[in-house]
Design a protein around this ligand. Structure first.
Ligand code: AHR
Length: 654
């Protein structure tokens, strides 16, 4: 009888706790589960020389003066003849591996020096110093490969090595070529010493004539050890953020500098020697080695939804540098070509989600991914100028995607600013077409973010949802990051209408930047995380799916203070974010009394610093979040330090 009583009590208390949890979640406002993600654009050497782990620059001899006036197919290569050897090289196009990759090098090794006076390695060959030097680490392995085609009959021997600028060998291996058709040859190089500025040297050790192309070197350890993979340390910093989605491949890179420069996804899949590199709109070369397959794979590897953005059949309005004359450079695909272009958009969906027996699904499977990528969204257009030509093409694409793939959510766009004629027109067109999500972009001063925290409070809930696809305040100091933090609390509050948001741009290589405000700076060795990165990561790793108002009581007239409270219904955790963008500490009152089941053992993550504090390569850790334990009560006062973001994560009893 007594046992029955206890079972009854246990049952009732279990039920109460379940009901309490359920009521807790229900009493909040349901918000987007995809709110915070990443924007990736190949700008600032973000892909080639950055996230894409290829260490050889101009591996396919496709650099050209159209990309940069002084560039040519042999840029970043050096012809070497150590040991008084004799030979020659020529750039040729007669007999390429693939028409998308027309240039290659012919090495004619006439005589390999054999003088007793020379004690080093004699030979005829090539040297490449990568993107500002190749980083080599003792104990690590590097995967070398090249395509070669023998022209003379006899097989040839090559010595492949990694060397310091003084010629000290860090790793080496041998490759023999023998076949008179294009063939891939590979070798593993094991490093016995370190260098931050090594070169790859390929030396013919026997006489003969050979064609070479796709000369490549990857660290063996890429992110998740993927072949043709990503730089592990950089990719890990992105994975650590736990983004809900990744938008790619841009940015202006998507719509391109004129029609011929639009980013065409089909050029970026399949064997890398068959991909079509082209001029990057930001003034360098994109190999497409980091292409659609790699983007989708990376999304899957880190649990983020893919958000590919395709051109709306128009080029960037600033094409040809026309931003100085009012951005009148938009070019539109000929209407006669639209059927084919629309098919390209539809084919992407089939490539990502279609069965292995479909035409494009089979190509995905052939690349090693028979399972679908579960694509949910497709972006059409990037902050385009809302011309009649644009509108006509956008409408055609949207109609076709909706008809063929009603399951895919289209992300439309609304021009490059937070307001104005393009913004209004973009929204109107999207709303007329019932486009479910509309991409907004704005780069503004920190004060704008503070003054406009309530922007989305006023948005019409019956219209399309917002994707704030690109935003940043101008600068990477604490005051910028904290203004963005305040703004994100406003997005969480409006998470019923703000579906997604991503800071931009994401990556910038030191010394190779075209856009000065970025989330992560890097060189070949170091990664400098900005305060903006820390803010994004703190919010991203603390997302919820229910929003609760009036949890934080503060002076509502003071726009230097901001706060939000969400709950993650999976874990039950209640997450309070408190922002103080002022120069004095301020007390805010936190009232968690509506949550009946909180555990007092909570955790605080705090980011604070002076308004002008920033991280540099000389001081990578000047601004970094710290974690500490916190005893949560149902009501408490919290003193938010000047210029700070605090996140309090409170567990609930199940
Ligand atoms: O993020 C940098 C650039 O800003 C993007 O390429 C473009 O979409 C925007 O103007």
């Amino acid at each position: 009888m007594k046992n029955l009583f206890y079972i009854l009590i246990l049952g009732v208390s279990l039920l109460t706790s379940l009901v309490t949890t359920a009521q807790t979640a229900r009493s909040g406002k349901k918000i987007s589960t995809d709110l915070l993600g990443l924007f990736f654009e190949d700008i600032n050497y973000a892909a080639d020389g950055g996230l894409y782990a290829e260490l050889v620059q101009n591996r396919s001899f496709e650099y050209n003066p159209g990309e940069r006036r002084e560039w040519h197919p042999f840029s970043y290569w050096e012809f070497i003849l150590p040991g008084y050897s004799l030979g020659n090289i020529s750039v040729e196009t007669k007999s390429f591996i693939h028409p998308n990759n027309p240039h290659y090098i012919v090495v004619d090794a006439e005589f390999i020096g054999n003088y007793p006076q020379f004690t080093g390695e004699a030979g005829v060959g090539l040297k490449n110093s990568g993107f500002d030097g190749i980083v080599v680490r003792e104990g690590e392995k590097y995967s070398f490969s090249m395509f070669a085609k023998q022209i003379t009959d006899a097989p040839m021997e090559f010595l492949v090595s990694l060397q310091t600028s003084k010629g000290v060998v860090l790793a080496q291996n041998k490759v023999s070529t023998s076949v008179k058709s294009w063939q891939k040859y590979s070798a593993l190089l094991s490093a016995t010493a370190n260098s931050d500025s090594a070169s790859l040297v390929i030396l013919a050790k026997t006489s003969g004539k050979v064609a070479l192309d796709m000369v490549s070197l990857f660290p063996e350890k890429t992110f998740k050890n993927r072949p043709n993979g990503l730089r592990a340390d950089l990719a890990q910093k992105l994975a650590d953020m736990q983004p809900r989605f990744i938008r790619f491949p841009g940015g202006c890179l998507v719509h391109g500098n004129g029609l011929g420069n639009m980013y065409r996804w089909k050029n970026t899949i399949g064997p890398i020697e068959e991909r079509k590199g082209q001029r990057n709109i930001w003034g360098y070369h994109q190999t497409a080695g980091l292409g659609y397959f790699e983007y989708f794979q990376f999304c899957e590897d880190i649990g983020a939804k893919p958000l590919p953005v395709l051109p709306a059949a128009v080029s960037c309005q600033n094409s040809g540098g026309t931003h100085v004359i009012g951005g009148a450079g938009q070019k539109a695909l000929c209407i006669d070509d639209m059927d084919e272009y629309i098919q390209e958009v539809l084919d992407l969906i089939e490539w990502a989600n279609g069965p292995v027996f479909s035409t494009w699904g089979a190509k995905r499977a052939a690349a090693g991914h028979p399972a679908p990528f579960n694509l949910e969204f497709v972006g059409i257009g990037n902050e385009d100028k809302m011309t009649p030509e644009y509108e006509e093409r956008f409408r055609m694409i949207v109609k076709a995607v909706k008809e063929k793939h009603p399951e895919i959510a289209i992300v439309g766009n609304s021009g490059p600013f937070h307001s104005g004629a393009d913004f209004e027109k973009g929204w109107t067109i999207c709303n007329e077409l019932n486009v479910p999500i509309i991409d907004e972009h704005y780069y503004v001063q920190a004060d704008w973010f503070l003054a406009n925290q309530h922007r989305y409070d006023k948005y019409d809930r019956k219209k399309g949802k917002v994707y704030l696809g690109e935003y940043a305040s101008w600068g990477n100091k604490m005051k910028n990051a904290i203004a963005e933090a305040a703004y994100i609390t406003g997005m969480e509050r409006n998470g019923d209408i703000v579906q997604m948001a991503s800071y931009a741009p994401m990556l910038a290589k030191k010394g190779f930047t075209q856009w000065t405000t970025d989330m992560i700076f890097f060189d070949n060795v170091n990664i400098c995380l900005t305060p903006n990165y820390h803010v994004q990561k703190m919010f991203m790793t603390n997302q919820g799916d229910y929003y609760f108002d009036k949890v934080v009581l503060k002076d509502e007239s003071n726009n230097l203070l901001a706060a939000s409270c969400v709950q993650d219904s999976k874990t039950g955790d209640i997450i309070v974010k408190l922002v103080n963008a002022g120069t004095e500490a301020k007390t805010m009152k936190v009232d968690l009394s509506r949550f009946k089941n909180i555990v007092d053992n909570a955790e605080i993550t705090k980011l604070s610093g002076s308004a002008d504090a920033e991280n540099t390569f000389d001081n990578l850790q000047k601004v970094a979040p710290s974690k500490s334990a916190f005893t949560a009560k149902s009501k408490f006062d919290y003193e938010a330090p000047a210029m700070s973001l605090t996140i309090i994560r409170v567990k609930t009893k199940k």
